[in-house]
Design a protein around this ligand. Structure first.
Ligand code: ASP
Length: 604
């Protein structure tokens, strides 16, 4: 071994100990006589003092520069009174160097490693090995490892067994786009990298394992956002002989346990609310609600019925809705602030924003105390009743959106134009008014998702979760007659406006699976080809089963309080799915393509 201890592990109780440390020069201060070096290793920092009397060691310290790799021998001493550094755990002590050697030199890094400053994203990704040396990134990786270890221990203690499933899997026609891998042995055929181990984990239930989990890498060729990467990691789990609440209880205990183990300083309100999809849409306008603040949606549709105000009238007459939020103190917002909110709403499909500001309580509202461009069309009586319905106080502002929408918004041709806008408004107003407690993790379960949603592009039903999801017993009868109203046994974990993971109780009977495949427009021949193994397996005593798959990257991002999952992935891809460090994806020559029987189309 090059060293006896890690820098970050030593404490005042180690005073007098002879140690050898090795690491990187984090910071160096040459005071003319004494030279101080903060030596950094994977567990923390140690201040090393080089005195001129130790000439050889001192000469090494004179030569060392930032990020040089050093080995230092010496004795741990207490720092002189008044020179302690309470900001670091080793701040009471220092190493008096008696010998030192440079193990390697370093060029000046392209960005500061010892300071938490904003660095150009491209530069960070190109030199990721340097970016990962920075304290924040290093800590994120440590949190990630702790989360994964906690999960493994927790599930193993509860009789789950960890089983690996193939990465070279079968292409699937549903869901996101597959990453394809050409087969050399069978030219013209392809494996797909798994979007999730869904089919395999269900087959493991048929195989009699009852409790399976895996920390599984999954691949989806989708357009990327802050919470998406082409490859990501899921905690994939599946259980037999369970009902929905068994799985939800387990997940709640798991996440509460992770929080207590990894970030006991964060608040996790208990118990987690279990909200139906319909309720979540009604109250928050989204199926991934941020429940850390109020500003819940108010439905004004009935209250505005009969108005001549054309914006509201045309929405109501065409079966749409008029909904809004009440912003405390918002009557003070300037024209410019309201314009910005209007822009937010418009980006999400709203035609515009109707605003009513109350400088007096709604009951006492007069033409002089209301600030509403639509006042003359609505009339003061209606304005009062809208204010009352929203429980507005003096000083509050109603933000209202009218348009196509309503509860049955999954029906063909009825995409909701109201709720997405209000969801965005709700979140941006909360951020603006500082209503969000950043140290709270507001977990919730959203349950009773619809079975299907109408896909405008292909003009057919698609599975809202995935095609193996079972239908609620009481809705089986309307599966074919009213697919848009059928609810599934699917559920999500959400937190602070993010979807952390989804799961469902599965179909385990061949005839039911065939009904669903048919509804999704999958022909019998295609079903046999693509899902024959599942259908067959269901005929050999498939137990009732269900599972869950929360994203590890999103989970770690929450606990690390990062808003982009790339900050918790060691080597992520850019938003255009490239690796700036290695250059992947790269072209290969025709000889390599020949081996797998492929020819590239000429560029047009
Ligand atoms: N396989 C699903 C997914 O990746 C999760 C599940 O149903 O367990 O979203």
């Amino acid at each position: 071994m090059y060293k006896t201890d890690y820098c970050g592990d030593l404490r005042a109780s180690d005073e007098g100990k002879d140690v050898v440390l090795a690491g990187w020069v984090h910071r160096r201060r040459d005071l003319g006589g004494l030279i101080f070096v903060d030596l950094r290793d994977s567990r923390g920092l140690m201040q090393v003092v080089f005195a001129p009397e130790q000439a050889a060691a001192h000469a090494v310290a004179s030569e060392a520069r930032g990020e040089y790799v050093l080995r230092v021998t010496g004795k741990i001493e207490r720092r002189r009174a008044g020179t302690e550094n309470p900001k670091i755990v080793t701040g009471d002590i220092e190493l008096r160097a008696t010998a030192a050697e440079i193990l390697n030199t370093a060029k000046t890094p392209p960005f500061y490693i010892n300071e938490d400053v904003d660095v150009d994203e491209q530069l960070r990704l190109k030199h990721r090995y340097l970016d990962l040396r920075r304290e924040r990134m290093h800590n994120n990786m440590v949190i990630r490892a702790k989360v994964v270890k906690y999960i493994r221990d927790f599930l193993t203690d509860r009789d789950f067994i960890e089983i690996e499933t193939p990465v070279l899997a079968n292409p699937t026609p549903e869901g996101a786009r597959d990453y394809l891998v050409p087969s050399r042995v069978h030219p013209g055929t392809f494996y797909a990298l798994p979007q999730s181990p869904q089919q395999f984990k269900q087959l493991l239930m048929v195989a009699g394992f009852e409790r399976y989990f895996q920390i599984a890498r999954c691949y989806r060729d989708e357009d990327l956002r802050a919470d998406r990467q082409p490859e990501f990691t899921q905690l994939d789990l599946e259980m037999s002989f369970v009902e929905q609440n068994d799985i939800l209880d387990l997940m709640e205990a798991l996440y509460n346990g992770i929080a207590a183990a990894v970030r006991p300083d964060l608040n996790v309100p208990q118990p987690w609310p279990r909200i139906t999809y319909a309720e979540s849409m009604r109250r928050f306008g989204t199926d991934k609600p941020d429940i850390r603040f109020g500003l819940e949606l108010v439905d004004f549709t009935n209250a505005v019925r009969g108005t001549e105000f054309v914006v509201f009238k045309s929405a109501v007459d065409s079966g749409g809705s008029v909904e809004g939020i009440c912003v405390p103190g918002g009557a003070e917002f300037s024209r410019k602030e309201i314009d910005a909110l209007t822009e937010t709403a418009k980006q999400l499909g709203a035609k515009g924003l109707v605003t009513i500001g109350f400088t007096a309580a709604p009951d006492a509202a007069t033409d002089d105390t209301v600030r509403a461009p639509a006042l003359k069309f609505l009339g003061i009586d209606m304005v009062r009743s809208l204010g009352r319905l929203a429980s507005a106080n003096a000083g509050d502002l109603l933000l209202m959106v009218a348009g196509q929408g309503g509860l049955r918004s999954l029906e063909p041709g009825s995409a909701d134009r109201v709720k997405p806008a209000l969801d965005a408004l709700r979140r941006s107003v909360a951020a603006k008014l500082d209503l969000i407690d950043k140290n709270t993790l507001g977990f919730a379960f959203v349950v009773d998702f619809p079975m299907f949603e109408w896909d405008e592009g292909s003009e057919r039903w698609s599975a809202k979760h995935h095609l193996f999801t079972s239908c609620m017993e009481e809705d089986l009868g309307i599966l074919e007659s009213d697919p848009g109203a059928a609810r599934s046994n699917a559920y999500d974990i959400t937190c602070n406006g993010w979807e952390i993971g989804s799961g469902s109780i599965r179909i385990h009977q061949r005839d039911v699976q065939e009904r669903v495949l048919k509804l999704l427009g999958i022909s019998e021949a295609e079903a046999r080809e693509k899902f024959g193994h599942m259908l067959d397996a269901f005929e050999y005593g498939a137990p009732p089963h269900g599972g869950f798959a929360p994203g590890i990257d999103r989970t770690v991002a929450l606990f690390a309080q990062e808003s982009d999952i790339r900050e918790v992935i060691a080597f992520p891809k850019t938003k255009s799915a490239t690796d700036l460090m290695t250059g992947a994806p790269l072209a290969v020559d025709q000889a390599a393509l020949d081996v797998v029987g492929l020819m590239l189309k000429p560029k047009t």
